[in-house]
Design a protein. Sequence first.
Length: 95
Amino acid sequence: MATAIENDDAEAAMRLLDLSRQNDGLLSTQRLQTFLLRAAKLGSVRVAEALIKANVSIESTTLHGETALHFAAANVLQEKKKKKQESEEKKRKKK
C-alpha cells in the first residue's frame, strides 16, 4: 500500500483493499486509517479518494490530532504558494 500511496496509484490501492476484504480483513481498520492519513499527507489525491470511497473513516487522527483534512488543506496551501512563487519568478525573468 505504501508504494501505491507514493505513486498515487488508486487502482493498486483498490486491488489491495479488495484482497484485504477477500482475506477476512487482512488490513485492519486502524491500518487503513493510517494509509488514508499518509495518502493525504503526501498529496496522493487519487489514493485518498479511493480509500474514502471504500468507507475508510475520515475521522482518524495522528498522535498530534491532525486529520486527513488537515493534511489535504496544507497541501492545497503549499501548492498555491508554489504556483505564486513560480509566477513571480516568471515575471522577474521577463524584466
